[in-house]
Design a protein around this ligand. Structure first.
Ligand code: ADP
Ligand code: SF4
Length: 689
């Protein structure tokens, strides 16, 4: 039974001519599947509807060849040939009584039109911005603007004919045509589309009016609008032009979906922003309009959602990441079990995979993107096929997920963990600055394990090979994790760095264990490129140490560009006085100095430092695996049918991979996957006759 405090979340809401069944709005979000992996995309969207999201929309859907998003795998709707897959998505959403929405997008001057080869268009002549290809957008003349408006109107009509209930007209993220016209820095026109705010807003107003005219009696028209670009007076600010723009268009949309821009600001990670962080920017909107308002902000707590509605900030809860981490979030609240919500940890792994043009994945939800491909369901899993017992060694993300999923299948599961606390690396890393929310990976799973009587958990239990043989399990998963290397070997250094074997040279594990180098400056050598070096730099700065981060890459924390964190990481390091040496490779470590090669200037640099931290790569902690392998026939004699390594013990990687491997282990128990085959359904392109 639902807690009556949450009733307001389940009140229907009229959006123009259509009615959303509740207040849960899965806003448009990229997913790296889109048009390229349409079956996967449809399966994923349908799952959101099944899980209770009252509105489920597409990601951005580009509607004309001049706005081609290649190499990103968004949806597109260029001609009637695209109606089939989009129609299938609509059906998948309607099957569960939700409204299907489509976000019409033209990325204007940002796209280089890599597939269509059309010359990009925008308000001004300027280089196309995505990925800095040597391609320019040309300034649109009046005919171009008329044509663009026609394409948009036709797209809205096509969307209606396909069966969509809602169309999203979109000006946000510093990445769509109306945004480009609106921004002073992008628009230097002297005609009626440039100059004053009214003029710069003209195109957006026309699009909204024409969309309403074309489909407004059949579809709800949502306007998605970034009210603040978070760049001070250089961009739109909610106190000035952002507010005035909303005021000018106040009653035009059926619903205002407001946020901040660009994408990095809209999808901040938990390291840089808490739940509900956009409220302060968008709270004014409801005072400007009688139309309903929604925003996003990584809402996962029903109390925070109710509070945002009751305080009059919004009427509808927008969510992308929380709906990825838990497609069943609304149903869980409705069924009175909010403690079962698998809360997004705000890591942006989902974003990163999209940004590298691969199907998205989720750290918390291993079934995301696998709904069609593997037939995995985030909440249901088929029951066990035997009474075999399962032993899992190690309770990090891989072991915890394996135990949870195998437990849900009904197997008798024993989970043994050497440490006093469960969680493995997520417990350890969540104690580092800014990563508290990562403990949700552990907490959700422990919460689920507590509900199962068929899973026994033994902390403070280091298992050796002999113990594994004695425990009477038929299937064993070794989820014993990995440790950071101590020798500096990684992407760049292929041989151990000279001088690594000294007491003042530490690994990230050492720091997490509480060890510290002697007083004095610390050099962190980052050849990993993800978050760890920057987080350790925060830790050491918090403790008052002078920190130098050296990396062979051209930027610090280079890979975090994909998680939209690189800029804030670099800014924070600069703010805190961390010395950053890019294109510097560690050569030797002395007792109180290090020598680095300055790869740009091709010279050596020697720096004084009291300690060195090597953040380069990890090695599996697989001693138990090798000990068991040495047991030979004793394994079968002990009744063990299978021993598998999962997670970092099998292949060190990001947490998302460990969770996935844990889940996969449980899914594949009592199956015999073909080791030579492809372990998932494939998307096939049709070859014309
Ligand atoms: P993953 O990311 O693959 O889940 P982690 O490093 O987070 O890996 O977790 C591995 C866990 O396994 C750690 O908590 C570690 O204490 C535990 N562990 C390692 N070896 C043993 C062992 N022999 N017996 C029990 N637990 C172990
Ligand atoms: Fe949230 Fe991370 Fe999952 Fe994205 S990948 S939905 S940020 S938990």
């Amino acid at each position: 039974m639902r807690d009556p405090r949450y009733d307001i979340l389940f009140e229907p809401l009229k959006i123009g001519p259509v009615t959303a069944p509740n207040r849960f709005y899965q806003v448009p979000h990229c997913n790296g599947m889109g048009r390229t992996f349409p079956n996967a995309m449809i399966g994923m969207r349908g799952m959101k509807a099944e899980g209770g999201w009252g509105i489920v929309t597409t990601e951005q859907c580009d509607f004309h060849v001049t706005g081609d998003t290649q190499a990103f795998t968004e949806t597109n709707m260029w001609d009637e040939g695209d109606e089939t897959y989009l129609g299938r998505m609509v059906e998948a959403v309607h099957e569960h009584g939700s409204l299907a929405g489509i976000e019409l997008v033209h990325n204007g001057q940002d796209t280089a039109n890599l597939y269509s080869r059309e010359v990009p268009i925008g308000p001004d002549h300027r280089p196309a911005s995505w990925m800095r290809h040597p391609i320019q957008a040309r300034a649109m003349d009046k005919d171009d603007i008329r044509a663009y408006r026609r394409w948009h109107r036709k797209a809205a009509e096509r969307a209606r004919n396909i069966g969509f209930d809602i169309v999203v007209v979109y000006s946000g993220h510093d990445g769509t045509m109306p945004t480009h016209f609106l921004a002073r820095r992008h628009n230097h026109r002297t005609d009626e589309y440039g100059g004053s705010l009214e003029n710069r807003l003209r195109l957006f107003r026309e699009l909204i009016e024409e969309t309403k005219e074309a489909v407004g009696d059949t579809m709800g028209v949502i306007v998605r609008f970034a009210v603040d670009e978070m760049m001070g007076p250089d961009g739109l600010e909610w106190q000035n032009e952002g507010r005035e723009a909303v005021e000018m268009l106040a009653e035009l949309p059926d619903l205002w979906d407001v946020n901040v821009s660009d994408w990095a600001n809209d999808s901040k990670t938990s390291r840089f922003a808490p739940e509900g962080y956009q409220e302060e920017y968008v709270a004014f909107v409801k005072q400007m309009t009688t139309k309903p308002v929604s925003t996003v902000g990584r809402y996962t707590s029903p109390d925070a959602m109710v509070s945002a509605i009751k305080r009059g900030v919004i009427d509808l809860i927008g969510a992308a990441r929380p709906s990825i981490a838990d497609p069943f979030l609304p149903r869980k609240i409705e069924e009175g079990r909010p403690e079962d919500i698998r809360e997004c940890i705000g890591c942006n792994i989902c974003v990163a995979w999209n940004n590298v043009s691969a199907p998205s994945r989720c750290t918390q939800n291993p079934t995301f993107g696998e709904e069609w491909r593997k037939g995995w369901h985030p909440e249901r899993i088929r029951t066990k096929e035997s009474d075999d017992r399962v032993l899992i060694v190690g309770a990090g993300p891989a072991g915890l997920e394996a135990a949870r999923a195998a437990g849900r299948r009904g197997y008798h599961v024993t989970l043994a963990e050497a440490a006093d606390e469960l969680g493995g690396r997520v417990s350890r890393e969540s104690r580092l600055p800014g990563l508290t929310a990562w403990a949700r990976v552990r907490d959700y799973r422990i919460g689920q394990l507590h509900q199962m009587t068929n899973v026994e958990v033994f902390p403070a239990s280091t298992l050796e090979a002999a113990n594994v043989l004695e425990l009477g399990a038929q299937h064993v998963a070794l989820a014993t994790g990995a440790r950071w290397r101590r020798d500096g070997v990684g992407y760049t250094l292929r041989e151990p760095v000279q001088g690594f074997d000294q007491p003042h040279v530490l690994s990230p594990d050492d720091l997490m264990d509480g060890k510290r180098p002697p007083d004095g400056p610390v050099l962190i050598f980052d050849d990993d490129g993800y978050y760890m070096a920057s987080v350790l730099s925060d830790l050491l700065r918090d403790e008052g140490r002078d920190v130098i981060v050296a990396t062979p890459s051209t930027q610090v924390a280079q890979w975090t560009e994909h998680t939209l964190e690189q800029e804030p990481i670099e800014a924070r390091m600069a703010e805190r006085g961390v010395t950053m040496l890019t294109r510097h490779t560690l050569e030797t470590i002395g007792p109180s100095t290090v020598t680095l090669s300055d790869d740009l200037n091709r010279r050596d640099v020697t720096l004084a430092c009291a300690g060195v931290v090597l953040v380069t790569a990890r090695l599996p902690r697989d001693g138990l695996w090798h000990d068991l392998a040495a047991k030979g026939d004793d394994i079968a004699a002990a009744g063990i049918k299978s021993i598998r390594r999962i997670g970092d013990c099998y292949g060190p990687g990001p947490i998302v991979t460990a969770v996935y491997m844990g889940h996969r282990f449980a899914q594949e128990l009592d199956t015999e996957p073909d080791p030579d085959g492809v372990p998932f359904r494939r998307e096939r392109h049709l070859i014309e006759a």
